[in-house]
Design a protein around this ligand. Sequence first.
Ligand SMILES: NC(=O)c1ccc[n+]([C@@H]2O[C@H](COP(=O)([O-])OP(=O)(O)OC[C@H]3O[C@@H](n4cnc5c(N)ncnc54)[C@H](OP(=O)(O)O)[C@@H]3O)[C@@H](O)[C@H]2O)c1
Length: 361
Amino acid sequence: MSHYSFEVDRSDLGKTRTVDLPSPEALEMGEGEAILSVDHFALTANNITYGVAGDMIGYWQFFPAQGDWGRIPVWGIGTVLEGGNSGLNTGDRFYGYFPMSSYLVVKPGHVSERGFTDDAAHRQALPPVYNQYALMTADNGYDPAYDDQQMVYRPLFTTTFVLDDYLFDNDCFGASTVILSSASSKTSFGLAFLLHKNRKVKVTGLTSTANMDFVESLGIYDEVVSYGDINSLDAGEKVAFVDMAGDRGVLERLHHHFTDNILCSCGVGITHWESRDGQEPATLPGAKPTLFFAPTQIQKRNQDWGPEKFQQQLAHAWDGFLAVVDGWVTINKPAGPEAVKSTYETVLAGARPDQTYVVSL
Ligand SMILES: NC(=O)c1ccc[n+]([C@@H]2O[C@H](COP(=O)([O-])OP(=O)(O)OC[C@H]3O[C@@H](n4cnc5c(N)ncnc54)[C@H](OP(=O)(O)O)[C@@H]3O)[C@@H](O)[C@H]2O)c1
């Protein structure tokens, strides 16, 4: 199968199929359209969340599929196969949001030496950040030696950086301890890394028993506790909770344990996508659980600091993270349709935290 698309059943993420696509040369391109091959992409729990929250947030609309099937978005690298009169040059490489499909047809707008925006009609109502494609040149700060890290960590680390800034822009809501769930996830350990490095705050990681050793080995959490041992935490501490797991049972136990000492409860992820039953969050004791929305804080910093300083600070933090992360996690590079399916299944079930994946189609 030379050109194909990997799809999932939108109401049952465990059910998948691989469908043939026509060769890109056989496509009739519309005015201003271009075709990019999808070369490589990263798969982490974040992509599973796109599927879980697909209807709520509109993730299925980026790359529509037939009937009940959906194409889960991934962060990857694509190469222009055919630029038409879009302004893109054949062979140029772009980093951005892709389907797990051999190629993507885009309608480039705002084409510049920085990149372009996909102006395809079906994407216009969706958050602009997902419609931007960055030209991967040295001038734009891309070093091919870090392509894999870019795909795996960059989308997660940007949120991590903004979360760290948000907590400290708000004086950590008066908390002296930050508790992170799914402490073994890349988004959480990125945040723990920044907190440990720059902030005078205790960092507690909550994780599953199987992932305790990994989380402890990172050396960036002051305390590591399994979900089953939440009651062993000091309920007298003032805490801010950053929730990557989205596990309603964990949220409930934590709020009832800390009651009024939980000063911030910030929902970021849903890695425990099968554990969504529990007390209605709004009725829990302590700070009301809210959903974190990174663009609001980014907008604030763009006003406070200006976009240039924001980008500089982010780049500085990213460089620090890149210097350590390869010592923590191995990037595996499977290829081909069978590998796409088996890697997806591994990540859906919960991959080992010390292993991650950059897949080639
Ligand atoms: N809102 C935003 O802007 C934003 C941005 C970035 C990331 N996020 C979210 O943050 C979360 C983490 O993403 P990531 O890519 O960093 O994750 P990741 O590195 O792939 O994390 C994997 C970890 O998640 C838990 N997990 C994964 N699959 C599971 C399963 N099937 N059952 C139970 N636990 C499972 C395990 O952690 P434990 O054993 O430690 O629980 C596992 O080690 C995602 O939900 C993602 O969408 C949100």
